[in-house]
Design a binder for this molecule. Structure first.
Ligand SMILES: *[C@@H]1O[C@H](CO)[C@@H](O)[C@H](O)[C@H]1NC(C)=O
Ligand SMILES: *[C@@H]1O[C@H](CO)[C@@H](O)[C@H](O)[C@H]1NC(C)=O
Ligand SMILES: *[C@@H]1O[C@H](CO)[C@@H](O)[C@H](O)[C@H]1NC(C)=O
Length: 186
């Protein structure tokens, strides 16, 4: 491996390891559209501003979990246009603790789950594992979409897992917590 390749691999591994150690923001509405479009695979995918702190940002995963991430250096600010931590004068982040802007300090309310249209149209939710999703608000449940008349959209229904089990989005079934992909506190 070239030095550059090694460095890139190393940085990716560190980013991965870090993401799993940071606190999860319960109920943050990770945009499903971005998850569907990118799978959150690229280095700038599924990164968002933290409305409460300019020197932090939010990283969503493909499972819809939102991690509360710090910039590498506290004096840097999140630049949401470039999707990097940047010098404050370049970042244009106006939502710091001292901005006085009250709207920006409000935690976004969880949005109602949107059933991915692509899945509805492609599968009509006919298969046993079709149209089942992580419930970002509660790991002891999952979301099942049912097809609306016209076969173009769906209605989400929250379904409980059996007691003690949590959602495993890879297997699309409720699983022992150790193997669940959903990692909220609940
Ligand atoms: C913002 O986050 C940094 C760490 O990234 C932390 O040191 C600082 O205390 C936070 N500021 C507020 C106001 O929470
Ligand atoms: C929706 O799909 C079902 C099952 O394939 C089919 O029976 C029905 O005719 C479809 N309805 C429309 C409006 O396409
Ligand atoms: C988790 O999955 C692994 C691999 O499939 C399996 O060996 C292990 O027994 C599972 N653990 C639980 C608690 O189900």
């Amino acid at each position: 491996m070239s030095y550059l390749t090694k460095t890139v691999v190393y940085v990716l591994l560190v980013a991965q390891a870090l993401a799993n150690d940071w606190p999860i923001i319960d109920g943050y509405p990770c945009p499903q559209e971005d998850i569907d479009n990118t799978g959150c695979q690229g280095p700038k995918d599924c990164l968002y501003r933290n409305p409460e702190n300019c020197s932090r940002f939010i990283q969503c995963t493909v499972d819809g979990l939102a991690y509360d991430m710090p910039c590498a250096e506290e004096y840097l600010h999140w630049n949401d246009g470039l999707k990097v931590c940047d010098w404050p004068e370049n970042a244009g982040c106006t939502t710091g603790a001292f901005s006085g802007g009250s709207d920006d300090l409000v935690t976004p309310a969880p949005q109602p789950f949107q059933c991915p249209r692509k899945d509805i149209v492609n599968t009509l939710c006919l298969g046993p594992k079709d149209c089942l999703y992580t419930n970002p608000a509660d790991c002891g449940t999952f979301i099942q979409c049912t097809v609306n008349p016209g076969n173009q959209s769906g209605t989400p229904i929250v379904m409980p897992c059996p007691a003690g089990l949590k959602w495993n989005d890879k297997k699309k079934e409720c699983d022992w917590p150790a193997n669940a992909t959903c990692r909220h506190k609940k």
